[in-house]
Design a protein around this ligand. Structure first.
Ligand code: XMP
Length: 520
């Protein structure tokens, strides 16, 4: 059964994805469409209501995005956020005052009248707008005001049209999620049924319909997305699925054994594990240039995957762990796209000349939904909640030549860092009283230099390990994590004492930009 849904029309806001995520968090399915998407595509979703996102334009711009006619023709409820509210006002003959001055930051709104969206009293909201509403459209009333926005929220209860000048989707508007819940559940009447169970049931039905009795192949890398996608497809088609895991020798300590154990023993998947460590090491021997390493690893993976796939016999489908943000970003309005997109050359990608139909069971899921589904399917939480790990693995963290001996040092140092961070509660990001603590990503790097040290009475000339630990929401920008000195001291002393051939540990204190998170 299809879940009730809401359509979010994206007018180019940097927060558009966040709107969709918040609606999903109140267990209502929703999809994001660029504002000029063809009517049929949007209506196909059979939405119960529309949310119009914010955006950088002014309604007076010559090419300002318009609310499509069908939104009004459907007679469904509409909530305009920021630009969405201004566009609603402009279209329904209210007056928007253009202004060169922006109101940006935290503001307090005061509710003026009882209404279906906003609780009474005062509350904190996040504002980010230039233009503002000067005259209400006919039949609308003002719900709330702020110091700089006399009409901070408005509505026409009869038609179910609403507008808020502030951003209910961001965390600086603490009551924002409740406003969105009231709109989608109370006003639009959508049933809150988008839960991990229903997501799994829906995906399983979709995969079964697509695959029929065909054979499906999957490449498991140990990453969250490929693991959950594989587990979901296995749930749907059982032994019609063959999963291949290529051990390239570039995973972290114990990781490859853990992947094999999880899939075979816990999930009951027919996993073919290929020990290709030597093959990769040989191919990487003598290579120090980062891009060359990436290319070699990517190419080698494809070769091995093809070889093994052939041995398993003809398959019609290939599982891909594409998730919703990838899909949305490739179709976002141009202006938003330019600001957001960053592509990575991904190892584990699809062999280009193999002819498979893709099965993408996570195509409509956000990362947090992928994780919840993974947990529900029984994947271990260390796997489901793990920090991002680059496709080319430890090769891009082993600066200079990648050798088995250096990889062992790197793995051992990394395991110490991870253990100590976990023990101190710093392995994940926590938010406490508005303060961010912990790390979004933390790892060690082997530097391509040696340095002089002293151990006992001996002079040493050994390797240097760098610790990289960052806080970030989106990995596009990042700050170095302010880890406690005592924690850094413990990690450093354990690494030099326990990892042979390492005599120095340094801490990377650069943000991104100008640096990147990885060193290569
Ligand atoms: P950078 O180093 O560009 O990394 O700041 C941003 C995020 O992307 C991850 N990363 C990769 N992921 N293949 C991937 O799948 C890659 O080649 C790759 N390079 C970097 C990195 O770990 C960080 O989370």
């Amino acid at each position: 059964m299809r879940p009730d849904a809401i359509a979010v029309l994206d007018f180019g806001s940097q927060y558009a994805q966040l709107v969709a995520r918040r609606v999903r968090e109140v267990a209502v399915y929703c999809e994001l469409f660029p504002w000029d998407t063809q009517e049929e595509r949007v209506i196909e979703l059979r939405p119960k209501g529309f949310i119009l996102s914010g955006g950088p334009a002014s309604v007076y711009d010559s090419e300002a995005p318009q609310i499509p006619d069908y939104v009004f023709r459907t007679g469904l409820p509409v909530l305009g956020i920021c630009y969405g509210m201004q566009a609603l006002t402009h279209t329904l003959s209210g007056r928007v005052a253009s202004s060169s001055e922006r109101e940006y930051g935290i503001a307090t709104i005061e509710t003026l009248t009882e209404n279906p969206l906003i609780l009474g009293g005062e509350q904190q909201v996040w504002m980010s707008h230039g233009d503002r509403i000067e005259d209400l459209p006919d039949h609308f009333i003002t719900f709330a005001r702020s110091e700089n926005s006399p009409i901070a929220a408005m509505g026409d209860m009869e038609r179910g049209y609403f507008g808020v000048q502030f951003h209910p989707e961001v965390s600086h508007t603490p009551g924002g999620k409740e406003i969105l819940r009231r709109f989608v559940v109370d006003v639009c009447g959508a049933t809150a049924s988008w839960t991990p169970e229903s997501i799994i049931a829906e995906s399983v039905a979709r995969v079964r319909m697509q695959v029929g009795d065909g054979k499906v192949l999957s490449a498991v890398s140990g990453g969250v997305d490929s693991s959950v996608a594989t587990a979901l497809v296995h749930h749907a088609v059982g032994d019609q699925l063959n999963a291949i895991f290529v051990d390239n020798g570039l995973l972290r300590k114990q990781e490859s054994a853990e992947v094999v154990r999880t899939f075979r023993n816990v999930m009951g998947v027919e996993l073919v594990a290929i020990d290709a460590v030597e093959e990769f090491m040989k191919a990487l021997s003598g290579i120090t240039e980062p891009e060359k390493k990436r290319n070699i690893i990517g190419e080698r993976f494809i070769r091995i995957f093809e070889r093994e796939a052939q041995q398993l016999g003809a398959a019609n489908f290939l599982v891909q762990g594409t998730i919703y943000p990838d899909v949305v970003e490739s179709s976002a309005p141009e202006r938003a796209k330019a600001a957001r997109i960053k592509t990575h050359h991904n190892v584990g990608g699809l062999p280009e000349d193999m002819s498979f139909e893709l099965v993408e069971p996570l195509r409509y899921l956000f990362k947090d939904e992928v994780r919840k589904v993974g947990e529900k399917l029984g994947l271990p939480s260390e796997l489901v909640w793990r920090q991002p790990f680059p496709g080319p693995g430890l090769a891009v963290r082993c600066l200079g030549e990648v050798t088995p001996a250096r990889l062992t040092r790197l793995r051992d140092a990394d395991a110490i860092l991870t253990y100590e961070l976990e023990k101190a509660g710093f392995l994940h990001l926590n938010r406490q009283n508005g303060e961010v603590q912990g790390t979004a990503q933390a790892f060690t790097v082997m530097l391509p230099v040696r340095s002089v040290g002293v151990m006992g009475d001996q002079r040493t000339y050994e390797e240097v390990v760098a610790i990289r630990a960052v806080t970030t929401e989106d990995f596009m920008t990042a700050d170095w994590a302010r880890l406690p000195y005592e924690l850094l001291a413990r990690v450093s002393s354990r690494i030099v004492n326990e990892v042979p051939n390492v005599n120095r540990v340094v801490y990377d204190i650069t943000s991104k930009p100008p640096a990147t998170i990885e060193w290569e």
